[in-house]
Design a protein around this ligand. Structure first.
Ligand code: SF4
Length: 268
């Protein structure tokens, strides 16, 4: 029996399918919830603090103190969300969590002067139809550069990629550049990843070739997803991601059993 197809593709889903088709299926078709983790929640806290800073403050008031005040607001807001209820913090781990989040926010202000950033929008949800495929994505921040051209900015709170893998990590922002071009009719002049851990900026200029490559790659992944759904054939691909994959009990490649899966809910 064919599995229901997912309704859209995002950069995360494209990467997930390419990394391991079974993990993609469990997350996006069977919709098995992933337990929250401290690194992921820390990323959410830092993104939220920066969103508040850029969305609420006038440019000249985007100081370090203002950023840290937004962080203070973001921590209880994110940690009190229902999906994070299973995270256990004692005083010591909470203090370490907040201190590390603060380091990441401070590093953002080392990478750029927020008072100089001309923000158009933050956490922008974009969605566009390309043939029989819907692309969706959330852009952390869309800015204008000194010449009035669009710049797509994405914050990263994990480790920056090693040399030679930068372009792989920039794949997601090329996807956002494609969304901007399709939706707004304007190609961003630059896409950049702000890696807050190191801190370091990795940026690139979208070109006809890079966007066409993304269009083709996304269409190929979508065809592969459709085929896998029709044939109910999502194979595990053991690799480094297995060490943090939450689906071991279902994955035959690591001793799990797909028969433990609940029935798939057919989307409305
Ligand atoms: S354990 Fe590894 S092979 Fe299995 S689903 Fe997770 S990532 Fe894929």
């Amino acid at each position: 029996m064919a599995l229901p197809r997912p309704t859209s593709l995002s950069p995360t889903k494209v990467t997930s399918f390419k990394d391991c088709a079974l993990a993609f299926r469990l997350s996006n078709i069977d919709r098995i919830p992933e337990p929250s983790s401290i690194p992921a929640v820390k990323g959410t806290v830092v993104h939220r603090a920066l969103q508040l800073l850029f969305a609420e403050e006038e440019p000249e008031r985007r100081t370090l103190d203002a950023a840290l005040a937004r962080l203070e607001r973001a921590v209880p807001e994110v940690l009190s969300a229902a999906e994070n209820a299973d995270l256990a913090f004692d005083d010591e781990t909470l203090a370490a969590f907040v201190a590390d989040a603060e380091t990441l926010v401070r590093n953002e202000l080392e990478l750029e002067d927020p008072r100089q950033v001309r923000v158009i929008g933050t956490e922008l949800r974009l969605s566009v139809e390309l043939g029989n495929l819907r692309l969706t994505g959330i852009i952390d921040r869309l800015d204008l550069d000194d010449d009035g051209r669009l710049v797509v900015t994405d914050y990263k709170t994990g480790r920056a990629p090693s040399r030679g893998y930068e372009q792989t990590r920039l794949a997601g922002v090329h996807f956002y550049a494609l969304l901007c071009e399709e939706l707004l009719g304007v190609r961003p002049a630059r896409v950049q990843l702000l890696h807050l851990r190191e801190p370091v900026v990795i940026s690139t200029v979208p070109t006809d070739q890079s966007l066409e490559a993304w269009r083709r790659q996304t269409a190929a992944v979508w065809s592969a997803v459709e085929r896998a759904c029709d044939e109910e054939d999502f194979r595990p691909r053991p690799g480094p991601a297995c060490s943090w994959c939450p689906y071991h009990i279902y994955c035959p490649a690591v001793g799990g059993d797909l028969n433990r899966l609940p029935p798939v809910a057919v989307p409305a």
